[in-house]
Design a protein. Structure first.
Length: 147
């Protein structure tokens, strides 16, 4: 079985661009460029605070921007894209490209983060419950007859 890269689908053994997936890949790439130059304010402010506490030193916003680790930026992008995709899944009426673009580009403040996270937890729990193996559940629950 061939592995299909994200943003593509395989039809009759040929890779074809998946429009929704490719939109997400483009968004991630654009954010990587943007955040590498100007990290999200929360990361920059965290770096300023870290310097105040650990190094007992004040640094400017511009200095802090340059000190934000790339791993922190990658983690932020990962969390942000996951949140936006969950918002799209939760609120999109027709799962169109236009809806996806809207949820990828709208300000985070417009999204009800708590509602999105709660819906995600419910969906994950439902998937887990539907896929559970009764034998494993009995072992975990201690209900299995131990001879």
């Amino acid at each position: 079985m061939k592995t299909v890269p994200f943003g593509y689908k395989m039809i009759d053994g040929i890779f074809e661009v998946d429009k929704l997936g490719s939109e997400i890949v483009s968004w991630i790439y654009e954010r990587h460029i943007r955040y590498s130059e100007h990290p999200p304010a929360v990361l920059v402010e965290g770096m300023i605070e870290e310097y105040k506490i650990s190094k007992e030193r004040e640094i400017s916003y511009e200095e802090a921007e340059k000190l934000v680790p790339s791993d922190s930026i990658y983690d932020y992008i990962d969390r942000e894209v996951r949140l936006r995709i969950e918002a799209y899944k939760l609120y999109s009426k027709d799962e169109s490209i236009e809806d996806l673009k809207h949820y990828l580009e709208c300000p985070l403040a417009e999204l009800d983060v708590d509602e999105i996270i709660e819906a995600y937890k419910k969906e994950t729990k439902k998937l887990f419950e539907h896929s559970r193996n009764p034998v494993i559940i009995e072992e975990i629950g201690g209900k299995r007859d131990r001879r």
